[in-house]
Design a protein around this ligand. Structure first.
Ligand code: AMP
Ligand code: MG
Length: 412
């Protein structure tokens, strides 16, 4: 933190990437937990231990379609009288006596007195008699009360990310809501006089706004509820109005464009004027110009406008911030160590993130360039499996050297 501020007094100097990233993450915490319905809570991090208040299964029941019997009455070729039928959802019924059986379906309660199930496959029915092919074994094909979950048991621990199986288990014990860290509401805002909506007719000097779409999609992939706002021109007043409007509905604000050293890069000025947002030159490529700070209590990332700079900046700064807001402690995507197949270059004093394709050879990952590496080249982001990190103290890595690759997906 202190380091960052010292450097900020000399804006021409590059700030070391990891320190900068840490100083941002240390200022962001999990969102206040709220109760959410099970399906809304899916994917969120639990903010409480969850205890079962019922047994699962709630009563002893049959695991098979077949016959409920008393073990002592059974042997190969024994004939028992079918005295009743038990379907799933039926009440437990009358006790069975000597020489009796109940035709029973999977999930039906076991009649009192029965202590085994003979599956239909092991018996033949004649009128009201059933002839067994085998002797039954005590407790066979019976699911006892609480076999799965016992009332009073802690079944999910705070800090756990709720998966599909968890949702099922919560439903099974009758929970309708759980306390979780909510999905952050992210507002994404592209700025620039040259920007066009994808559906607008072309005009000279214009480019289509790719970033707000990619960033909104990235935020959604990161577990946020993300909204894209209309393009804002490079105009002080309109920027200010747009930011103020966005703030009313955001837990986190992401802007793109207007944080470089150009004449009309007003975003950093407007953000600095509205709140405690600072502009930095970070020792990374792509993505050197960065703005970060708070507008009131809302963290705000002012990302650069070059499409790949914005994309990589999201991966490096925004994704971990969004994960932390969701109560996650695994802030990073997986990374692998790979053997480099192509030479890769990086400017002095900057960490470079180069788009690479991965493949596995004899159990070892190899990385090769995913194409042109310019900060406007989206095609190589589309092609890439990950970002190869060239350390700050290297200007080249050569074929055969090891490189850390940050995956652009959550699993490989
Ligand atoms: P800036 O960061 O505003 O100086 O923009 C740097 C470069 O990125 C310029 O070539 C812009 O036209 C381009 N750019 C800025 N914003 C976007 C955007 N939302 N979509 C695509 N390109 C953009
Ligand atoms: Mg611009």
């Amino acid at each position: 933190m202190e380091d960052v501020h010292r450097h900020l007094d000399q804006p021409s100097e590059l700030i070391e990437l990891n320190g900068y990233r840490q100083s941002i993450l240390s200022r962001i915490g999990p969102l206040e937990p709220i109760p959410l319905g099970l399906l809304e809570a899916h994917g969120c991090v639990l903010a409480e231990d969850v205890t079962a208040d019922t047994d699962v299964p709630p009563f002893t029941n049959s695991a098979m379609d077949g016959y409920a019997v008393r073990v002592q009455d059974t042997y190969a070729s024994a004939e028992l009288e079918i005295v009743a039928e038990a379907a799933a959802g039926s009440e437990p019924g009358f006790p069975i006596g000597a020489g009796e059986a109940v035709r029973i379906m999977t999930g039906a309660p076991i009649p009192p007195g029965a202590d085994a199930i003979v599956p239909v496959e092991d018996a033949d029915e004649y009128g009201n008699l059933v002839r067994l092919r085998v002797a039954a074994q005590h407790g066979k094909h019976i699911r006892p009360t609480g076999e799965d979950i016992t009332a009073g048991e802690t079944m999910l621990i705070s800090g756990r990310r709720i998966g599909a199986a968890d949702v099922g288990m919560l439903a099974a014990v009758g929970h309708t809501e759980v306390r979780v860290h909510p999905r952050p509401r992210v507002v994404v805002l592209a700025t620039g006089d040259e920007l066009l909506e994808p559906g607008e007719p072309n005009r000279p000097g214009a480019v289509r706004d790719a970033n707000s779409y990619a960033l909104t999609a990235l935020a959604r992939e990161s577990g946020a509820t993300a909204f894209r706002m209309p393009i804002v021109p490079d105009d002080h007043r309109q920027l200010q109005e747009a930011f103020e409007g966005a703030l009313t509905q955001a837990d986190l604000l992401v802007t793109t464009g207007g944080v470089s050293a150009g004449r009309y890069d007003y975003v950093k000025d407007v953000l600095a004027q509205l709140g405690d947002v600072r502009f930095s030159k970070v020792g990374m490529q792509p993505g050197m110009p960065q703005a970060f700070g708070f507008l009131g209590t809302v963290p705000c990332f002012g990302l650069p406008g070059n499409p790949v700079s914005a994309y990589v900046s999201f991966e490096v700064f925004v994704r971990p911030a969004l994960r932390r807001m969701q109560g996650r402690t695994d802030l990073n995507r997986p990374r692998v160590t790979a053997i480099l197949d192509d030479e890769m270059n990086s400017p002095m004093d900057k960490v470079s993130f180069l788009r690479v394709k991965l493949h596995r050879e004899d159990g070892i990952w190899h990385a090769r360039s995913a194409g042109l590496q310019g900060s406007g080249i989206l095609r190589s982001v589309v092609e890439a499996d990950g970002l190869a990190e060239i350390p700050v103290d290297r200007t080249s890595l050569f074929p055969g050297e090891r490189v850390v690759v940050h995956l652009l997906v959550d699993a490989i």
